[in-house]
Design a protein. Structure first.
Length: 718
């Protein structure tokens, strides 16, 4: 194995171990978050306050209004400790957004498309919160959560009234309760960037509210033609019409559904069903199940519901008593068309998904015996891909959506034709047909569907270019970049680092980043071009729709960039920056942490307290500023006449304001800033004041007399 492949394998193994550690940590956090709502937790709060004072000599940072759970207070296993903030010489941890899956069935009800896709997201390191409508949270809790699969948490939200999710709209009362519950979940589990994946239009008003409050995009995953679907009311169909128009992304399982909704949706993607090919390949093996049933076996699994043509199966079974029919699945109808009285029909009920390959091994032929109407014509059967993963011949009614696979399936409409096609299937002697079916299944693995879905979700988020200028101070640069890679949960960004001829180990570290991080571009200057010129180099290389200038003497908490980007959606805002602990104007906020270990807990409280708030500010210091590309193209590059630096941020703020745009400070965004890391060396050499005087004079030649900002210290988050 060559070095590149070995390095790739080592990185993949490290990723798998890291993701397992993250899931272990998140499960612990979810469990303790629920404990915080218990009576015993509230009773023992005074004792915790005393212990906190004895340890830190400061007030307990657990306000009643927020009930904040600090991850650093949790006892962690050795593997979970690996997910804590990295030390400067450790590798950064890649951040990911979260999935809020608003489901139509419980996780354990059936293991089909929703479970398959969500499992894929979890398998690739994304936390999935699978929210079910079937029950309420435990009394006194905003939500209840249990890990039902690695990285997948089934969540029940508190509600005070019965909900019929198939025939009712969300009432205002239930919507308010659900919104508060999601806010509590987001706070406790530190959900910063998320996507709402909706499987049932009932959830749509909640998703709209979350998009307004948090900026979370909406995907409507339409699995069926709901018109004529059993149990679906007109209210839900009306809600679906609105959801199709409102969703940022609509995914459909069938071409017929895409044709139906293409004109109503601005972003409709055909995302067919699939198969966990490796799982079926590994487990479809010889076993003793069904050993007492005579062959041949004609098999079907899935719910025996209104859309299954039970009389068709019964007619075939009566005409061929020498064949045995094995039907696996829940019964959703009372009239089984006599199947329960036929000796060659075996109704086995629901079996665990894990056993499906074992049963499939024994099927000599497989059936898809649906009734033919609009609902079933728009179905892309999951079971088809699973059947053919084992090379099994499939006899199906001629569903419109399956006609693309006519070379891989036997079609029939009525009993006599079905019998003829089953006989053909049973008499196959050419092994090439089975091989071709297996190849088709392999090409339709759920992993491929996940990648397509992930790419579509990433594309919903405007690309952001983050530009960092470095000059020595490698330790600060490492801390900044590692916090960025670890805590930027926003999914679509590039990082451009421009180095101004550092003489310490900075360049070695930047070369390491360019080698190991696909979205990092590094520029190494042969001399110090100054702050403005280096940022301009990065701006010229940037390809993003939004541009962020970030100092290397900053440390970023989880989700730091999201509020800045949300405020940029206001067309009147030209430039936006966060609050911080160290700056010479109104953007400074009083903090109660004394070390970075507790910085993120402070940031979470501060952001939650000030969500959605901004204020106009005369000058945004460029330790961190963000703007839209169209604003940059209108205003232009930074003025390089300011040389090494100072006053270029005052100048750019004035230029923004002169163009009739606002410069605002986002109170709901916070980053830690060391402040003047590079300029401190100039202070020591005596050059600082000379540079200040020179640049102040140049600024005043453009804008008139400069006025020193008067900081109005913002109160800390409590």
């Amino acid at each position: 194995m060559d070095k590149d492949n070995l390095a790739t394998l080592e990185r993949e193994n490290a990723r798998v171990e890291r993701d397992a550690a993250i899931r272990e940590r998140d499960a612990a956090i979810a469990y303790i978050a629920m404990l915080k709502n218990t009576r015993s937790w509230r009773i023992t709060r005074p004792l915790r306050t005393l212990l906190h004072w004895l340890k830190y000599k400061s007030r307990h940072t657990e306000p009643d209004t927020l009930e904040f759970l600090r991850a650093e207070d949790l006892p962690l296993s050795p593997i979970a400790k690996a997910t804590q903030p990295s030390l400067p010489d450790e590798s950064p941890t890649e951040a990911r957004f979260d999935i809020l899956c608003f489901a139509n069935i419980d996780w354990a009800a059936r293991f089909q498309r929703p479970q398959q896709l969500m499992s894929q997201f979890a398998r690739h390191g994304y936390r999935v919160f699978y929210i079910v409508p079937s029950r309420s949270a435990e009394p006194g809790h905003a939500y209840s959560s249990v890990e039902v699969a690695p990285g997948v948490f089934e969540v029940a939200l508190r509600r005070d009234e019965f909900v019929d999710c198939y025939n009712q709209r969300l009432t205002e009362n239930t919507l308010r309760g659900y919104t508060k519950a999601i806010d509590a979940l987001a706070r406790d589990l530190r959900i910063k960037t998320a996507v709402s994946v909706i499987h049932l239009a009932f959830w749509a008003p909640l998703a709209y509210q979350l998009r307004n409050d948090h900026g979370w995009k909406i995907q409507y995953d339409c699995m069926d033609d709901w018109v004529g679907f059993p149990g679906i009311g007109e209210v839900l169909l009306e809600e679906e019409q609105t959801l199709v128009k409102q969703a940022d992304l609509m995914t459909v399982t069938a071409a017929l559904l895409q044709e139906k909704w293409a004109t109503a949706s601005d972003n409709c993607l055909l995302l067919r069903n699939g198969v966990d090919f490796e799982f079926f390949e590994r487990n479809c093996v010889p076993n003793n199940l069904l050993a007492d049933i005579k062959r041949p076996l004609i098999g079907f699994y899935g719910g025996l519901a209104e859309w299954v043509d039970l009389p068709l199966i019964a007619a075939i079974a009566r005409q061929r008593p020498d064949w045995n029919f094995v039907l696996i699945g829940d019964l959703f109808v009372k009239d089984l068309a006599g199947l329960d009285r036929l000796p060659n029909v075996h109704l086995l009920g629901r079996k665990p998904y894990a056993q499906m390959p074992l049963y499939l091994y024994h099927f000599n032929a497989c059936l898809i015996p649906f009734r033919l109407y609009n609902v079933t014509h728009a179905v892309d059967p999951v079971k088809f891909y699973e059947f053919i993963s084992a090379g099994k011949p499939v006899v199906s009614v001629p569903l419109e959506e399956m006609k693309i696979y006519q070379d891989f399936v036997y079609f029939a409409s009525e009993p006599r034709a079905f019998i003829e096609q089953i006989e053909c299937a049973l008499n196959e002697t050419d092994t090439r047909a089975a091989t071709e079916r297996v190849a088709l299944a392999s090409a339709n693995d759920w992993h491929h569907r996940f990648e397509t879905n992930l790419n579509a979700l990433t594309a919903l988020h405007a690309k952001v270019s983050i530009i960092v200028v470095t000059y020595n101070n490698v330790e600060l640069t490492q801390g900044c970049i590692q916090s960025l890679l670890r805590n930027t949960t926003y999914p679509n960004y590039e990082l451009i680092i421009v180095d101004n001829a550092s003489s310490d180990d900075t360049r070695n570290y930047l070369r390491y980043l360019s080698r190991t991080q696909a979205n990092v571009t590094v520029v190494l200057n042969d001399r110090n071009l100054g702050f403005a010129a280096a940022n301009n180099q990065g701006l010229r290389l940037a390809t993003g729709d939004c541009l962020v200038l970030l100092n290397n003497d900053t440390v970023l908490p989880k989700g730091w960039i999201d509020p800045l980007l949300r405020h940029l959606q206001d067309p009147q805002i030209g430039l936006v920056g966060p609050m911080t602990n160290a700056v010479g104007n109104e953007a400074k906020v009083d903090v109660d942490y004394v070390d970075l270990e507790h910085m993120e807990a402070f940031a979470d409280r501060h952001v939650a307290r000030h969500r959605g708030r901004t204020f106009d500010i005369s000058m945004l210091a460029m330790f961190c500023v963000a703007m839209r590309r169209e604003v940059f193209e209108r205003i232009g590059l930074l003025d390089e006449a300011f040389g090494i630096g100072m006053f270029e941020d005052d100048d750019y703020s004035r230029r923004i304001q002169a163009a009739g745009l606002r410069t605002v400070c986002a109170q709901d965004a916070y980053i830690h800033h060391y402040g003047q890391a590079s300029f401190k060396k100039l202070i020591a050499s005596g050059e600082y004041q000379a540079l200040w005087d020179k640049n102040q004079a140049y600024f005043e030649s453009k804008w008139g007399k400069w006025k020193r900002p008067e900081p109005r210290l913002q109160s800390r988050a409590r």
